[in-house]
Design a protein around this ligand. Structure first.
Ligand code: FES
Ligand SMILES: [Fe+2]
Length: 377
């Protein structure tokens, strides 16, 4: 798992001023709440006193109150009250927990899980500008978890060849051969526009089937991923003016558990009465994907391309792996073996920007990272 990236932590509506909201990301626990101005605070969830879970406590005046002995932490993660010592008692410098930058975009709360100062922090990619254009695009939302490593999970979505065999409604089983289209490489992602054989008319059901001609031969599919923000968009265009955008962000929860946050927007049949059909189609596709991706071995994507027999039609997956490896080469990959060893008897947290400024005065240690390598760029 990689640090120094933006990850979706929650839906915006899940985070309030009234109650702490706990989430797990990158194998660590976090607590989210809103301050008086409505800004989202994201803190490490483990209290530095004696390990209380802050998400089980309360929010009071833009502070989270630990449920165990009532220590109060502000939005910066600083302890501002130790009730047992009395109001006004001096607070030790190390009475603090990590606080992470947050931003709201696409109806989601994103947290920057890493210690880069603001000037070096990248922006969340603008991969779904249609989010604002509700006159043209009508959206449904979805979310699910996969018992799969985040790289395996993301590769599944970038994989064009699997649709033929895994998805009953949008695979073209009569014509599995794919033409190879050139990839456009970006700094932290890649994009491809393909023309794929269309599924047979009998594979589509419901209202969508009524709109598509039986003679339709191909679907145009545009696909783009960004490792920055760990998200992608897939846009099939079935015919002129009839298109879907699937925009999804992926959050590694644990090494072998991942979460998906998704929007599907359509520019046809925009009335809400057609939402149920779209959601049923998404749920079917998710079940189909999970049936294969949760059983892929090894659980982790191999560290070398030579360990699997990759072919030309695996181009996007290869591009994704290379981006991940370049990121890891910067020294931003969590050392999972060291974490497993060390976390038996200590709390490890994702380092936050304040920790880089003052690395010493913390109770909890930062997660161990794998060393940077020379091919970092
Ligand atoms: S463990 Fe949090 S206040 Fe004691
Ligand atoms: Fe799939």
């Amino acid at each position: 798992m990689l640090i120094n990236n933006w990850y979706v932590a929650a839906w915006s509506h899940e985070v309030t001023t009234r109650k702490p909201f706990g989430v797990r990301m990158l194998g660590c626990d976090f607590v989210l709440f809103r301050d008086a101005e409505g800004g989202v605070v994201c803190l490490s969830d483990v209290c530095c006193h004696r390990g209380g879970a802050l998400a089980g406590g309360k929010v009071n005046n833009a502070r989270v109150v630990c449920p165990y002995h009532g220590w109060n932490f502000d939005g910066k993660g600083n302890c501002v009250l130790i009730p047992s010592m009395g109001e006004g008692a001096p607070i030790p410098r190390r009475a603090r927990i990590d606080s992470y930058p947050t931003q709201e975009k696409y109806g989601w709360v994103w947290a920057f899980l890493g210690d880069l100062p603001e000037s070096e922090r990248p922006s969340i990619p603008d991969l779904f500008p249609e989010y604002e254009d509700t006159a043209t695009w009508h959206r449904v939302s979805y979310g699910f978890e996969a018992k799969a490593n985040w790289m395996r999970f993301e590769e599944n979505s970038l994989d064009t060849a699997h649709t033929t065999f895994v998805h009953q409604q949008f695979g073209a089983i009569r014509n599995p051969k794919l033409e190879v289209f050139p990839l456009e490489h970006k700094e932290w992602g890649a994009r491809v526009a393909r023309v794929k054989p269309a599924p047979g008319a009998d594979q589509k059901t419901g209202e969508m089937a009524k709109l598509l001609s039986a003679e339709r031969k191909s679907t145009q599919v545009e696909l783009e991923f960004s490792l920055l923000g760990l998200c992608h968009r897939i846009q099939p265009t079935f015919r002129e003016g009839m298109s879907l955008i699937n925009f999804t962000a992926r959050t590694p929860v644990e090494d072998k558990l991942s979460r998906a946050f998704g929007w599907q927007a359509r520019n046809y049949l925009k009335e809400p009465q057609y939402d149920a059909e779209r959601i049923a189609a998404i749920e079917l596709a998710v079940r189909e994907d999970l049936s294969v991706v949760e059983r892929v071995r090894p659980v982790h994507t191999p560290g070398s391309l030579a360990d699997e027999l990759l072919v030309e039609t695996d181009g996007m997956e290869v591009a994704f792996r290379k981006c991940c490896w370049r990121w890891a080469a910067k020294g931003w990959e969590i050392d999972r073996d060291a974490v497993e060893r060390l976390s038996r008897n200590q709390i490890l947290v994702i380092p936050s920007p304040a920790r880089r400024e003052d690395p010493k005065n913390w109770i909890h240690k930062a997660v161990p990272l794998r060393a940077a390598s020379t091919d970092a760029n």
